[in-house]
Design a protein around this ligand. Sequence first.
Ligand code: ATP
Length: 269
Amino acid sequence: LELPKKSEGGVNLVTYEDIGGLGTQVQRIREMIELPLKYPEIFDRLGVEPPKGVFLYGPPGTGKTLIVRAVARETDAYFINISGPEIMGKFYGESEARIRNIFAEAEAHAPSIIFIDEIDAIAPRREDMGGEKQVEKRVVAQLLSLMDGLKSRGKVIVIGATNIPNAIDPALRRPGRFDREISVSVPDRNGRLEIIHIHTRGIPLSDDVDLGRIADITHGFVGADLEALAREAAMTALRRILPKIDFELSEIPYELLTQLEVTMENFLD
Ligand code: ATP
């Protein structure tokens, strides 16, 4: 089990600036997670309980993981990233012990964030589970009791992400558990424009590139699709100069490098 710490190893180098089209969601996650982790005294003073669990739901590739990484970096919280299928699969049979260890580790290093991606794999609706699914039932019960028992409220926050919110055991959503939700949706035209700006930041674009037009015609694309689009356009541009590369040389001539530009056509290909 990988436990990337704080902002080490490049895993966590995401900032809010790298997130496009999710202004409202970022704002809410900052209030719900960054504030209590950084300034628990605000919540004490207000007499309001900070959250223990937050659900992020929305289609794949819309930026759920990205938001969590950004908030972990921003708060400098101890960050534990696990995935539901990984817990249930690789560690089958020792899943409950794994979850217990993760919570113990998080409490020991608080402030911490436990991020459970694809939480539906750990905590499917109990009534959907047949008699042979005893392990899943025990894992759900274990997760609930660990959350109920969290001592350092506000200092350990569990974030669960899922593409299918209705597949989650409703017991998880009761007050004191995952009682806040943030929906991360497919970006609209302006969201797409922000995202495409982010993913072309490092790419040399020719003057004819009209990012607004790209945003207009990419209806239905999520962040991950737009990232792939920018990468593909860059690779198409590379293929154009590939025949001119002399592989005998140890370095690409500067002149050739300056010809490496991504055009509108490369995006439309
Ligand atoms: P999944 O449900 O499949 O885990 P996810 O919602 O967690 O998906 P991410 O892993 O956050 O999606 O997104 C994948 C990649 O797509 C990101 O690393 C990022 O490069 C890009 N991306 C997704 N959404 C955005 C966004 N809103 N702004 C900028 N980039 C984005």
